[in-house]
Design a binder for this molecule. Sequence first.
Ligand code: OXD
Ligand code: MN
Length: 581
Amino acid sequence: MTSTLAALNEWVDQVSAHTRASQVHWCDGSDAEYRRLVEQMLASGDLLSLNPDTHPDCYLHRSDPNDVARVEHLTFVCTARKEDAGPNNHWMDPAEAHALMNGLFAGCMEGRTLYVVPYCMGPIDSPLSRCGVEITDSAYVAVNMRLMTRMGQAALERIERDGHFVKGLHSTGDLDPDRRYIMHFPEELSIQSFGSGYGGNALLGKKCHALRIASFQARSEGWLAEHMLIVGIENPEGEVRYIAAAFPSACGKTNLAMLIPPEAYREQGWKVWTVGDDICWLHPGEDGRLYAINPEAGFFGVAPGTGDKTNPNALAMLDREAIFTNVATTEDNQPWWEGLDDRTPATDWRGRDFDPRNGPAAHPNSRFTVSIKRCPSYSDQAENAAGVPIDAIIFGGRRATLAPLVMEARDWKHGVLVGGAMASETTAAAIGQVGVVRRDPMAMKPFCGYHFGDYWAHWLSIGNKLTRPPKIFQVNWFRRDAEGRFIWPGFGDNLRVLEWVLARCRDQVGARETAVGLLPEAGDINLDGLAQVPDLDSLLAVDEAGWREEMAAIDGFLKDFEPRVPALMKAELERVRAALG
Ligand code: OXD
Ligand code: MN
């Protein structure tokens, strides 16, 4: 098979000659192809089967122990001018990066099959979607791309119609951590990744294309590529409203995207619909509203901590047609991870007999890959070519103190400051102590493909295009009391906060004006049916002295991005500081 697009054929020929691949396989994305690739990996030991009675069509992959996570220090944005990549990215001169990568790729596929993986990020017929082709020598990447994206023949046909695509080149190389680079060339719309088979480094449609390259492309095309979940909330009247929410890793995005309403809400008819759990492309619509699509078609979720209380919907989708990476197994060969249940695993993520002295049984960053259609709360709007209209944008972080349970920004430009100043604790706070706070603007610190100063200016310009912009909120599910215990129950009960958020969007409830933003009156958060009433006074308090320090810290942080910080953002900061006195 080849393509009718000459530029694609030429690129495949050139890469296959340079890497000296033994064979070339064009992925058509069919079931039969998926099964063949799985069989082949079972035979080679790259995949292991799991218990077929409890987990039909589920497989386990054990990665090289030194290749288990994204490598931010080896991830580069190679713009022609260093200042365009910004202090938020590692930068390499494009010519230098190409020379380095050409050396690494030379002959690296000798004896291997080169897979051509055409994929579409977003509904196949949506004008908001963008396509790419990943060339890889990893069958694991090809099958994961099939679960994560719209991959194969239909994507290829769209690429042939469009006549252009993002070029992604990947090889696992020899997995030597000293010969591992994830390079982005935003001005060429291309990606080159060498030396890692790990998801975020190797499944190029995800972080590399849908965030780093797409954010750059979105800036010139007038849209936004964001690290956000998309969720639909259906009220008892049957109206569904959509929210997009950005949280740094390990703050519960997947759980929030598929939460199960508390019993009292379920009885009234509240429902939650999952459109996406990690990435969101936001486009201004002709009606002045903001529309979102999820460019992905599957989840690459963190397994540890996924359990009956935290995310029953995820558990329900993981008992068939899923690929697990670096989880542990039980005696009867079921996948297992910390937080799943109280069984004792038999084998750890490296395939050794489980011994607690070796650390956790599942790697803390072990993952599951599964199609979004397996999710019980899957929203059929995930296929809507026009996207879903967004009523509210939420920025969240993990803060033991200071940040209230929920706060509304006064307007879009205040919201850009709230998102740009977002912070999250890198570690949980010890009793009475505050954790280490890292700024992670819009949860995009590792993913924005250009200078943060330009990115905030772009956010402000998008706001100018919207006559009916979403309201912007900040949430914090992670406040702790003096004993270090979480004050807010979290998980399904977070719907209580989303109910207030949506009521604000329809002017159905008032709010308390404070120097830092608009907060709920304590009585306006519905606590019906909660076994223990949380201390809302603490959750909704505004510690003005603490906020003065916070604003000084934000001021210092923004200075790192001068001279590109938008004047409007600095004016917002000064406005809040003045209000704090
Ligand atoms: C992440 C992920 O690291 O989604 O944010 O994998
Ligand atoms: Mn993510």
